[in-house]
Design a protein around this ligand. Sequence first.
Ligand code: ADP
Ligand code: MG
Length: 261
Amino acid sequence: MSQPATATTTRLRASSGTAARATELTKVYGEGETRVVALDSVTVEFGSGRFTAIMGPSGSGKSTLMHCMAGLDAISEGSARIGDTELSGLNDRQLTRLRGEKIGFVFQAFHLLPTLNAIENITLPMDIVGRKPDQEWLELIVGTVGLSGRLRHRPSQLSGGQQQRVAVARALAARPEIVFADEPTGNLDSCSGAEVLGFLRDSVRQLGRTVVMVTHDPVAASYADRVVFLADGQLIDDLPAPTPEAVLDRMRLFDAKARTS
Ligand code: ADP
Ligand code: MG
């Protein structure tokens, strides 16, 4: 599925550096007896043009980290940046605009509109705000997503894997700085999951995008360039060039440590 860089992809990949950064990010929910420290001073950078996976036990703060970095949830302390923009300095209107222009989000449930066909779903967020999709870019996404011939199908006429690929294409349509995907293969069988993971990887390798994905699955994580591990709201490890075996080894190590502590 991976192809060598072409002139186009080299140009698309020209931006380098950090797409998003959290610095000593702390997120506290509730107060008194219901107080939960969901993130405890997390510092992490997501490099531009890279595919990063986030792993960790249920409740370790993975979704919270994505929501805080995407400006969907207010942070308690520390800082979160998308590109050069500090999120805590923005009001609601500015945050909405930033999310529309610089951030794509993919959820476990596909959240497609049933009455619209695939291509209409892909361009919907831009249609809503009256932005014209860049036609050349749209064609690149559509070419990469591998749904040609099905773009006029409605969600009910598509498999789960195809629907989630539409959702990923929609997240990419506005050419965002970064795409956050929260367990995008959580509702899919392994075959459909592989289609979605392949597309996410191609969007990074061929289209120069930046993707951060939460997953529980070591095989899914191995599609990424790097895996970061969270436990109890803290970043506990960072694994480059992950293989399924290496990811599984780390998970076993953390489980063993958690049992003995
Ligand atoms: P993960 O995605 O790794 O499963 P979450 O980020 O969803 O973990 O949750 C981290 C912690 O924060 C958990 O203890 C969870 O119960 C708590 N939490 C998450 N969202 C909220 C919320 N809206 N209100 C209160 N507590 C929350
Ligand atoms: Mg979660």
